[in-house]
Design a protein around this ligand. Structure first.
Ligand code: IMP
Length: 445
């Protein structure tokens, strides 16, 4: 007897952020897309922002996988994503207006959960409420969310009874009946948070979202079977992680995290494709660190150096426009994320941003309050707040590296920086981003 599908070496790849997001995953996914057939989002929602630059065109994508820019690829939004249908359709229209085809090449899971307007109101109302209440010395409990309704939508998914999935939008009566109950509950909750909005109009909302469902209908599939069918046909899948490992609900700097498994842990639950089908996991890290929103950040630079990195790296949120907090590269954090995600290699992005610094620092350990040091990351906000980074100092370089054609062509100090990362993390650097263009990506391993 033969078992044709028992060979799991499918050529599938996962791309995942190893820091707090914004590692430039969009560009790496874009480069890897050429070698894959199907590009899949498995987690998060419109809180993510992936920027891809093609020639003089700059695309900022939030829900649609960046593989959409290739006409011959299929893009899938998996069941683990929370979808704001209006944002999704807006994004599709925006792409079409720029000549990008969005039709049968975009598939949407019937089991992805829907972000409704009240989720965004709940998100903002809770953040505003928390921002006005101090909780001891640490300030407020506000997380600094993107206010895209991500947390409340995932909360409904886990709550079950109050959730709406994409498939529910395709049945107008069913949707109306559910929303009539849910909206009564939500109105009361919003009022309790001090939002003096008029009661939510369930029937109007049901009509609006059923109409959106009609527009999305051509894209809707059972994405789990769809992806397994693709694999049986020998099509190679690229899993595009949104957000990043240190924002993972289970493995990140809780509670300053997002509400999904954005490490590779989310792939199996968010697509139905088991991790055993993924041979290659490329962890993406910037050459330095950034973070948006609240939460501990041991290597943060609240000084001129941090401002310089922010300016040179154009470190302002793709989704919210907020200035990002910037700091030195934290390899304790990166090594931990690589371990949790099962990374088989690294892509180091935004390397050119570090050109022009006399010296560069990388954090290789943390000093704890009791004076001892550890090389282990602490994925708990309260405990991580108390650590002091232990740095190694490296020499900087001043030559431009944007035109470098390979790793050997980089200045010696730049090569040393990459060598140190490989030695400390214990993984090969497979790609180095030296500029925003597709072509400014060195394939190094
Ligand atoms: P939420 O995902 O909107 O609930 O936000 C939770 C936290 O995750 C906030 O600190 C956000 O700034 C952060 N966050 C969510 N998505 C991203 C991302 O794609 N890049 C960077 N930070 C993010």
């Amino acid at each position: 007897m033969s078992f044709p599908h028992s060979n799991r070496d499918t050529g599938n790849t996962a791309v995942v952020g190893l820091q707090w997001g914004d590692e430039g995953k969009g560009k790496i996914v874009d480069v890897l897309t050429a070698g894959h057939d199907v590009i899949v989002r498995y987690n998060g929602g419109a809180n993510a922002g992936h920027t891809v630059v093609v020639g003089s065109e700059r695309y900022a994508l939030h829900l649609i996988p960046s593989g959409i820019l290739y006409p011959d690829k299929t893009c899938v939004i998996g069941n683990g994503v929370v979808v704001d249908p209006e944002k999704l359709l807006e994004e599709a229209e925006g792409l079409r207006a720029r000549g990008v085809a969005v039709g049968g090449n975009l598939r949407l899971s019937d089991r992805a959960h829907v972000v409704l307007p009240y989720h965004k109101e709940q998100d903002a109302a809770l953040e505003d409420y928390l921002a006005t209440k101090t909780a001891g010395d640490r300030g407020t409990l506000a997380i600094g969310t993107t206010r895209r309704g991500i947390g409340p939508a995932y909360a409904d998914k886990v709550q079950r009874s109050t959730a709406i999935r994409i498939g529910d939008l395709l049945d107008r009566n069913y949707l109306r009946e559910r929303l009539r109950v849910i909206c009564r509950l939500r109105t009361a909750e919003l009022q309790a948070l001090g939002v003096s909005a008029a009661p939510l109009d369930a029937d109007a909302l049901a009509e609006r979202f059923a109409d959106l469902g009609d527009r999305l209908r051509p894209h809707v599939v059972d994405s789990v079977y769809f992806l397994h069918d693709c694999q049986k046909e020998g099509r190679r899948i690229l899993f595009e992680g949104a957000n990043a490992c240190l924002l993972d609900i289970d493995h990140g700097t809780y509670p300053y995290v997002t509400s999904s498994n954005c490490s590779t842990a989310g792939i199996h639950s968010g697509t139905g494709v088991p991790g055993t089908n993924i041979a290659r996991v490329l962890g993406i890290m910037k050459a330095y660190s950034t973070r948006v929103g609240a939460g501990p950040f041991p290597t943060e630079l609240n000084n001129e150096l941090g401002a310089r990195i922010r300016e040179r790296g154009r470190e302002f949120g793709t989704t919210t426009g907020r200035p990002r907090r910037c700091g030195w590269l934290d390899l304790v954090a990166v090594k931990y994320s690589a371990m949790v995600c099962g990374a088989t290699g690294i892509a180091c992005t935004l390397f050119d941003v570090l050109t022009g610094f006399d010296e560069l620092r990388i954090c290789t350990a943390y000093r704890l309050a009791d004076g001892t040091t550890t090389g282990r990351f602490i994925p708990d906000a309260k405990r991580l707040e108390g650590v002091t980074p232990v740095y190694e100092t490296l020499t900087g370089w001043s030559e431009t590296i944007r035109d470098a054609s390979d790793r050997a062509a980089l200045p010696a100090a730049a090569r040393d920086y990459l060598d140190r990362i490989e030695a400390i993390v214990g993984l090969p650097i497979e790609m180095v981003g030296v500029g925003p263009e597709r072509s400014q990506t060195l394939v190094t391993a």
